[in-house]
Design a protein around this ligand. Sequence first.
Ligand code: ARG
Length: 586
Amino acid sequence: MKNYRRSWKDAVFSAVESMAAKKGLDTGIDPDLVVMETPPRPDLGDMAVPLFPFAKLFKSPPAKIGEELRAELEPFAARRGGELVPAGPYLNIRLLRPGVAGDILRSAAAQGDSYGRGDALAGRKIMVEFSSPNTNKPLHLGHLRNDALGESVARILRAAGAEVRTVNLINDRGVHICKSMLAYRELGGGRTPEDEKLKSDHFVGKYYVLYNEMEKKDPTAEERARELLRRWELGDPEVKALWEKMNRWAIEGIKDTYARTGIHFDRFYFESQVYLKGREEVLEGLARGIFTRDADGSIWVDLTHQGLDRKVLLRSDGTSLYLTQDIGTAISRHGDWPFDRHLYVVASEQNYHFAVLFHVLRLLGHEWAANLHHLSYGMVNLPEGKMKSREGTVVDADDLLQDLAEMAAEEIRTKERESEVGDVAETAEKIALGAVHYYLLQSAPSKDMVFNPRESLSFTGNTGPYLQYTGARISSMMRKREGMPELRERAFRPELLQGEEEWALVKLIGDFPETVEQAALSYNPSFLTAFLYETAKTFSRWYHDNPILHNRDQDLSAARVELSRGVLQVLKNGMDLLNIPFLENM
Ligand code: ARG
């Protein structure tokens, strides 16, 4: 079923079309001319259609257009329960509350966990690449933002009807990987993560930090790392074995973090397996005269006409670059699964890289390169300042989650809610995830942000735990209702929902599907965080002032229960799209 706003919008569009036909205007009408606004005061109505665009189109005054549009829309309004009030340059629409409330709440209840799903992107194949770590160190706070964004965007796109495939590019090759290998070889003494009781990716990361200390004292270290890379490229068995061992440690540890955070990938790509394909593509481009070779043998692309630079694609010694690899990866992926769109969730530091990559692919003649999109996101720092990976001052993802979970457990104990929540550790972990994911998604992706751990955990305010808490409160109320047979048997009478806040909640529930669609089309989960916060806040205010289960009029209680059920469903479904765990108790 279409949501109410959408069905009205479509009806207005058909009405305008038929007005045009009557006036003998045979050019097609642009659907974007129909805009549904919200009137400045609720007593004016629930929606307002600005008439100026049609006045211009039909060359007659808005007041006249308003009258004509009203007449045209009348049959629909009568069927769907709406009053049409022309008001100067607007046609206001006042919904007849009981009918609309009944429709919205019944359809939310009937659709249950699929309420909010739509078909705006039906039939589209969208590949979403995210996370894409390097195997020389564990995930950090920046990856948590990346993962939150990638996972949530993938879920939202699916909810909007798209077929989505999530992929991860493991950058497991190159000189930076050889750096932690070098430090381990020279300083590790054959020890294993078990020996040092370290999570295996943290173990690898420790050697990356050690390498950087070593390099400060010993300038030849870098050359030794390059030598390792050359031997790796030649397939030296000893170097390959070391590489395999350390990569396994890094990747296993990283995968544990994905499991912990509820992140899923349909497929992993490994740079070590695709970089040769990139090289072939570059050589072929050279043969076709698209690229040029310098005197030293290096191969270049000239993008100065596109407002970019000249960029090297293969070094003079024939070794590949990050860019070379990405050329091969993109082509392989399109071959594996011909997508309609491919999103790369990668930090804004790489804006230039992706601009170059997309141009190069277009120069190579791949038309689908027009459908590649860099979903660029800003930096994330802690209140105490900037992260620097070489100096080891990076905020580690696992450590941060651990701290948050401990803080949440502490909060449960201070509030003496151990018996309510049941398993304290498990609940605390879910609160921690809800806190990080919400906080990281609540900023628009492109913005830099500061992650404030304390603030993210607050049970009140604009946070994930606040949504979890509101959901838990409604759930507990629903359980109580189960034990009230008298109430359970009452029929739902939507006309009893008369308060302004009740109507506001009904409309929020009704707006949920469109909010999901908006988040999907803009690749921006922050529309959803803001919407859920608004819903939870409106609910809390209402709940604070109005008894739900215990009214003298049991029919009123039953109607309020149905409204609460709708709010609960929206919170649940919305939180799932944001990868915020739902809690029955909190
Ligand atoms: N591993 C890279 C980094 O840590 C990010 C990879 C992004 N994806 C890509 N297809 N280039 O900076």
